[in-house]
Design a protein around this ligand. Structure first.
Ligand SMILES: *Cc1c(COP(=O)(O)O)cnc(C)c1O
Length: 363
């Protein structure tokens, strides 16, 4: 158990899971709910998995306040498959989609959408190295766009939309892979939201998709069936075998989130955790935050030390005291501490005191 042995996993993804969830997985693994079988061995059409799919959807809807006119899907292929499936289903040849570009993941989404239809860039901070989120007055969204896509949290740069952009009546689409369920979600502002599980929801191999039902009408029958949202909704995520184990772990994570006070409760805790680490960055010139103040992420905190060699020593020494996975993404270097939902407050406190101590010794 990572927390009990005083190792803190700051990896950007796959990432830390709640220790109590891992304990339940361990207890259940050989014999789930007196079935005599492991979840890993069970038919996706068994009664146990029927019940699981029913319960997980009910609990996801309750946690995030997802009303009946939205469908919830449990898919495979990661967020990256959604970069393609989304335009294949929702984009038409004569109506462009707007994309707000705030980092590599947004760029990849654009790259895949361009293979399918017309894309307009309605905002970008690329010229500034993606260290901030564009302001509303910098966006040039079209009222006729097929949809408007943005990346709510930019895992690599440590930037996060503090509020979703206003795109009028155009269906708003968000890649929420690295901050889903980290704060209250007003899903009614969105037409479509998706997230791969391995940052904030569970193991890799599962993607959560939330789609407003009127948009299902856009899915053409000529699409491959496993990529057709209307088909997948019609079959309740079981057109083919869904990632059953990932869905089971996601369900435990969702129940754990309810115990933390739901999305409002976890948001308060996430703010406290992030504040502890940002306070160290703001206290001294020794640590330089990468994201601008108004765009700071509560999930991934990026910063640099005065020199590249000190950056290397920092992540090496951090690992020696059990603070793992802090070295920054290869594109930005520096440090990146990911404080996803499952990172306990003691992890943020330990990192902050390590930062103070490291500055004392090397500053
Ligand atoms: C990690 C990540 C992805 C990629 O997810 P895959 O499951 O590897 O496809 C996409 N978008 C964002 C914002 C991410 O953080």
């Amino acid at each position: 158990m990572s927390q009990s042995s005083q190792v803190f996993n700051f990896s950007a993804g796959p990432a830390v899971l709640p220790a109590s969830v891992l304990e339940i997985v361990q207890q259940d693994l050989l014999n789930l709910a007196d079935s005599g079988m492991s979840i890993l061995e069970m038919s996706h059409r068994s009664r146990t998995v029927d019940q699981l799919l029913h319960d997980v959807e009910t609990d996801v809807r309750a946690l995030a306040g997802i009303p009946e006119n939205y469908s919830v899907l449990f898919l495979q292929g990661g967020a990256s498959l959604q970069f393609s499936m989304l335009p294949m289903n929702l984009l038409s040849v004569d109506q462009p989609a707007d994309y707000l570009v705030t980092g590599v993941w947004s760029q990849k989404a654009v790259h895949e959408a361009e293979k399918v239809g017309a894309v307009r860039i309605a905002g970008s901070t690329e010229s500034e190295g993606f260290i901030r989120i564009p302001r509303q007055d910098e966006l040039s969204c079209s009222p006729n766009a097929a949809y408007a896509h943005f990346t709510s949290n930019n895992t690599i740069y440590g930037t996060q939309w503090q509020d979703a952009p206003d795109v009028g009546t155009v269906p708003l689409v968000s890649d929420m892979s690295s901050d889903i369920f980290s704060r209250p979600l007003n899903i009614e502002r969105y037409g479509f939201a998706y997230a791969s599980a391995q940052k904030n929801l569970g193991p890799a191999g599962l993607t959560l998709v939330i789609i407003r039902n009127d948009l299902l009408e856009r899915s053409s029958r000529s699409l491959p069936s496993v990529m057709n949202y209307a088909t997948l909704v019609k079959h309740g995520s079981r057109y083919n075998t869904p990632p059953v184990f990932g869905i089971y772990v996601l369900h435990l994570v969702v129940r754990w989130l309810q115990e933390q006070g739901g999305l409002a409760g976890i948001a308060r805790r996430n703010e406290r955790k992030a504040a502890k680490v940002y306070a160290e960055i703001d206290r001294t010139e020794f640590y330089q935050g990468i994201a601008t103040d108004d765009s700071r992420s509560f999930m991934n905190i990026t910063f640099k030390l005065p020199t590249k060699s000190l950056d290397e020593v920092f992540s090496q020494e951090a690992a020696k005291v059990g603070l793992l996975g802090i070295a920054g993404h290869r594109l930005l270097e520096g440090q990146r501490a990911s404080l996803y939902n499952a990172m306990p407050e003691s992890g943020a406190v330990t990192l902050a005191s390590f930062m103070r101590d490291f500055e004392r010794r090397h500053g």
